[in-house]
Design a protein around this ligand. Structure first.
Ligand SMILES: Cc1ncc(COP(=O)(O)O)c(C=O)c1O
Length: 469
């Protein structure tokens, strides 16, 4: 935090020169102004002590209303970028106070599957301000229906239709994130100690859920198109499992996407074994035309879960879950028992973004960023990374090269400041299918991402440096 002495020591330069060029980005103009201010301060082109134009003059220069500029100055002041002095003007501060989210990290994290940032935080901030300004907050702070407010469910029904999953507001439940949806769906279709079939390698949240509740995960063999029908059929017969957890689109950790014909085969097998499907479609939005979910083929046996963590922000903790007709009442009880209701305030944010088109714009930006980040991955690690999906996702699968061991690779990467996560290995895994997921979304810049890949390439190209005895 700048001290009073710091601020006082800054000589006040008189300059009427700083007039930002506001980018033509989505979102409110006042935030675009704050972003430009921030960027120029960070770049050093706008010096501490510079006096900004009076609000009215700035508004005239930019062709914006005085109200917008006044909001921008207030926001910049609250972020510690500028400070107003009565009778003297508004001055750029010496230093930006660090915020919790900005603490620099010395490690490069390729383990966390977070979406790359595309300006969603500023949009969400402005929507929260609108909610406070237009009086909606009071209503959203009450106890509201467990299933979710009808208006929120209605907009999410519209969103799911775009992902190729038609449903109704009666069948859609708003949950406290995808993990919450998975948790209550599992609780309804299996018991502690029950066997749950999954892809050979599966989502770490499902492994955590099983560790917590005693579900026994059983991995089913896959190829580059996902679950192998014969292997699934056999696994149902041998284990007597009644539930399959699957990610047919951009599976995590492997990145496979199941073609339509395979989806039909898998649906048929689930039906034949009188089983249920938990379909996690967290990454479908990355497809301009997503393949039809398996759940559309088996609505009476499917729980279909879409989180808004990856297309918007994990911290919203909002997801939509479609449940079979006969589970609606139990699901209502399950939501009540495990959290009463998902936060209506955050569901309101998502709803407003669906209505305004901001969510669709964010999705486009995230797809573009996925393309850029995958291009960097291919450029640096191309020899090591197979292209598994035609549509770029937020993660890539790195098969373990001959002569390497997974544990040493993870340890050696950690010593070089790169965090990668070993996959949850289920049952016996043959070497040919072993690998590790690299997540592309966490590094905040392309340079950082590239640096991590270059270091990883160095590790892969040299002899294993760590031996465990
Ligand atoms: C496949 C998959 N499903 C669900 C989730 C969790 O979503 P949420 O953060 O909404 O709980 C994730 C998060 O990483 C995920 O990768």
């Amino acid at each position: 935090m700048p001290t009073l002495q710091d601020i006082a020591a800054v000589p006040h330069q008189l300059s009427n020169e700083w007039i930002p060029t506001l980018p033509d980005a989505p979102g409110p103009r006042y935030l675009a102004f704050v972003r430009s201010l921030e960027k120029d301060i960070e770049a050093g082109s706008l010096k501490p002590g510079t006096r900004l134009l009076p609000q009215r003059d700035m508004a005239a220069q930019l062709g914006l209303s005085v109200g917008t500029i006044s909001k921008a100055y207030a926001e910049a002041e609250s972020r510690g970028l500028i400070s107003g002095e009565v009778g003297r003007g508004t001055f750029v501060q010496r230093r930006r106070p660090a915020t919790m989210t900005e603490s620099p990290s010395s490690t490069l994290n390729l383990a966390l599957n977070v979406p790359p940032r595309t300006g969603e935080d500023e949009l969400i901030a402005s929507i929260l301000q609108d909610v406070m300004a237009d009086g909606a907050l009071k209503r959203l702070l009450g106890y509201l229906p467990h299933q979710g407010v009808l208006h929120h469910r209605d907009s999410m029904v519209g969103w799911l239709a775009q992902l190729g999953m038609p449903t109704t507001t009666d069948h859609l439940f708003i949950t406290h994130g995808g993990q919450h949806g998975l948790s209550i769906a599992m609780g309804m279709v299996t018991a502690p100690n029950g066997v749950v079939l999954t892809e050979r390698f599966t989502y770490s949240g499902m492994i955590a859920l099983s560790a917590q509740n005693g579900y026994r995960l059983h991995g089913v063999d896959c190829d580059r198109h996902g679950l192998l029908p014969d292997a699934l059929d056999r696994a149902f017969t041998e284990t007597k499992a009644r539930v399959l957890f699957s990610m047919p689109t951009l599976q995590t950790p492997t990145g496979t996407t199941m073609p339509i014909a395979r989806r039909h085969e898998i649906a048929e097998i689930i039906r034949r074994h009188d089983a249920y499907l938990l379909e996690d479609d967290a990454y479908a939005f990355l497809f301009p035309a997503p393949p039809a979910p398996i759940s559309t083929l088996l609505p009476e046996r499917s729980f279909y879960i879409v989180s808004f963590a990856k297309c918007l922000a994990p911290g919203l903790r909002i997801a939509a879950m479609v449940v079979p007709d006969q589970f609606r009442d139990r699901c209502n009880n399950a939501v009540r028992a495990t959290g009463w209701m998902a936060s209506p305030l955050m569901a309101e944010v998502v709803t407003r973004m669906i209505h305004s088109g901001d969510l669709q714009r964010q999705v486009r930006l995230k797809r573009e960023e996925a393309i850029r980040r995958n291009a960097i991955a291919d450029d640096v690690l191309g020899n090591w990374l197979p292209v598994i999906s035609d549509i770029p996702g937020f993660h890539r699968w790195l098969p373990i090269p001959a002569g390497r061991t997974l544990i040493a690779l993870v340890a050696q990467a950690a010593q070089s400041g790169i965090t990668i996560a070993p996959p949850g290995a289920l049952q016996q895994v043959d070497r040919g299918t072993l690998g590790v997921r690299l997540c592309l979304g966490h590094p905040s810049t392309h340079d950082e991402l590239k640096r991590a890949f270059i270091e990883l390439r160095r590790i892969l190209e040299t002899a294993e440096e760590i031996s465990f005895v």
